[in-house]
Design a protein around this ligand. Structure first.
Ligand SMILES: [Zn+2]
Ligand SMILES: [Zn+2]
Length: 101
């Protein structure tokens, strides 16, 4: 989106586009709003994928299958929010996956 007055880039701010150079504002159209929201969603997805790859490692947990120490873990909220979170472990050596009991 470019400013019709000075040709500078405009930035979405609430319900309007704002020109940072001359301060001109334009109302944001409905279809433009959707585009902004979709861009935001895509960003979130990328962040989630990154977190899955960079899972924290707990070197004090032993794998029940190969008996090596060192596992990736992720905490998942199960059912009701007042229940304690469940940890899922993935062995860094053999890839075995199990949940904490
Ligand atoms: Zn302008
Ligand atoms: Zn293992």
């Amino acid at each position: 989106m470019f400013c019709p007055k000075c040709g500078s880039m405009m930035f979405p701010k609430g319900e309007v586009w704002v020109c940072r150079k001359c301060g001109n504002t334009l109302p944001i159209k409905e279809e433009e709003k959707k585009g902004i929201v979709e861009k935001g969603k895509k960003k979130e997805t990328i962040v989630v994928e990154k977190e899955e790859i960079n899972l924290p490692i707990d070197k004090t947990v032993q794998c029940p299958k190969c008996h090596e120490f060192g596992v990736y873990w992720e905490a998942l909220q199960t059912r009701a929010a007042d229940e304690p979170e469940t940890r899922f472990y993935t062995c860094t050596h053999c890839g075995h996956r199990w949940r904490e009991y």
